[in-house]
Design a binder for this molecule. Structure first.
Ligand code: SF4
Ligand code: SF4
Length: 442
């Protein structure tokens, strides 16, 4: 059963839908004693997971049951937020058919959906520094991933994706579209924008990245797109370079420690103290110094950047830069402690969603975000060959080939970590390069 499901999931191209993109077959092949379904939606304005839970409760629960069985776990926990009252009511109707699964409801704080935070909240288990949940016997999977696992067991590959469209759009909400749908088509489905010029954050306001242009395609890991005016402070902050933070820290960092005190990973008991690397970089400390190598423990959640720092500095951006420099210098993470307790003040240091949105100036965008429908009618999809952790997939088709929806069009070579890609619409292959396969409807 276990190896059969692993193979079905691999063939279907299932990867972590919560944003990480880790190939799911590699995750569910492990032995665990508990499996968690992550439906706590990390990003504060996205409602993708909520809609998946409301529209596909049985599929999510069935996917969770299958992974519980495959990993040999004793039980599963479906974790979502108390504030999703309707979602919880829907789930409770289905739970009696899944006696090995219980529901766990979290407060509405950021980053509730971070897998290490979620694991601690639901089970009291603390992931080791620089580690992953399986080291404490747990597998954590996004609810969209689990719905895809249930579909994979029925032979259905991943060809569609739920995406939240939020911000300056006429009809904010959650849309179901073929993987590879380009942002410009999504924007049309969402009624367009009244802004003559705008910026696009692929992902949410906290961890999303600036999209280059309207050609940006939906991938298996896309949770949403956030449309904002180009001069919004959130967009401006995304354009600041780490070098600027490092220079500014020399005069502006007052070592108040707020970045450290509110850091979600520090509060889980990990030895991460961003105020120390902010001090160390300004004095040109060696890359191998302990205060710098701590940056390996940063999950880039952004609490320090958008919420904690009174001086507008970004320990997150500096951490990303330090990680990149350490990677080039082959300096590995030396921190491997297994904390047995979290910070006793952790409970008071969680960042409530409403306070975060006020701080970001995003309250006007916190509106009803209903499911708006399935929009299959796109003329063109751009299927990236790397939508997952690992190597890019290799194309199995050439320009001019006719393909049908669900057909495998790219796969991994020689057992490399990754996942195959399937055609998300029927049509003709219009372009193949080392980055993507383009299919046009004919
Ligand atoms: S919160 Fe800002 S000013 Fe305070 S220690 Fe951290 S980087 Fe420095
Ligand atoms: S981004 Fe900032 S708050 Fe988040 S883990 Fe890294 S240092 Fe901590």
């Amino acid at each position: 059963m276990s190896s059969q499901l692993v193979e079905q999931v691999r063939h279907a191209g299932v990867v972590g839908a919560g944003g990480a993109g880790f190939p799911t077959h590699a995750k569910i092949g492990a032995k665990a004693d508990v499996v968690l379904a992550n439906g706590a939606e990390c990003e504060p304005l996205l409602h993708t997971d909520q809609v998946i839970l409301e529209r596909h409760p049985r599929e999510v629960l069935e996917g969770l049951r299958l992974v519980v069985q495959a990993t040999g776990a004793s039980h599963g926990i479906l974790v979502t937020k108390k504030v999703y009252a309707h979602t919880v009511a829907v789930l409770q109707q289905h739970l009696p058919a899944f006696p090995e699964i219980r529901l766990e409801l979290l407060d509405n704080f950021y980053p509730a959906g971070d897998e290490q935070v979620l694991l601690y909240e639901a089970t009291g288990r603390i992931t080791p520094e620089g580690g992953i949940p399986i080291q404490v016997g747990a597998v954590v999977s996004n609810v969209g991933t689990l719905a895809n696992v249930a579909a994979a067991a029925q032979g259905e590959p991943v060809v569609r994706r739920y995406v939240t469209m939020v911000g300056e759009v006429a009809r904010p909400g959650v849309y179901e579209v073929p993987v590879g749908t380009q942002f410009r088509d999504l924007l049309a489905f969402a009624g367009g924008t009244s802004l003559p010029e705008f910026a696009i954050l692929a992902g949410g306001p906290m961890m999303g990245s600036l999209a280059a242009d309207e050609d940006e395609p939906v991938t298996k890991t896309s949770g949403g797109f956030f449309v904002l005016r180009k001069d919004h402070p959130l967009i401006a902050s995304r354009q600041v370079k780490a070098e600027t933070d490092i220079k500014r820290s020399m005069s502006a960092c007052c070592q108040c420690r707020m970045c450290t005190d509110l850091c979600p990973r520090n509060n889980l008991g990990h030895r991460i103290e961003p105020h120390l690397w902010m001090r160390a970089v300004k004095y040109g400390q060696d890359l191998a110094a302990e205060q710098i190598t701590q940056a390996h423990l940063c999950c880039l959640c952004g609490v320090c950047e958008v919420y904690s720092c009174p001086q507008g500095l970004s320990p997150r951006r500096v951490a990303a830069e330090l990680k990149s420099r350490m990677w080039k210098a082959k300096i590995a993470n030396p921190f491997r402690n297994r904390p047995d307790a979290v910070n006793p003040e952790r409970g008071y240091r969680k960042v409530a969603k409403h306070r975060l949105l006020h701080r970001l100036g995003l309250v006007p965008y916190d509106v009803e975000m209903p499911f708006r429908g399935t929009f299959d009618d796109v003329d063109r999809v751009v299927l990236k060959l790397k939508q997952h952790v690992g190597a890019p997939a290799s194309a199995l088709v050439a320009v001019g080939d006719n393909v049908t929806v669900g057909q495998r069009i790219a796969d991994m070579r020689d057992g490399a970590l990754g996942a195959p890609i399937h055609a998300s619409i029927s049509g003709r292959v219009a372009k193949v390069d080392d980055r993507a396969i383009v299919i046009r409807r004919v």
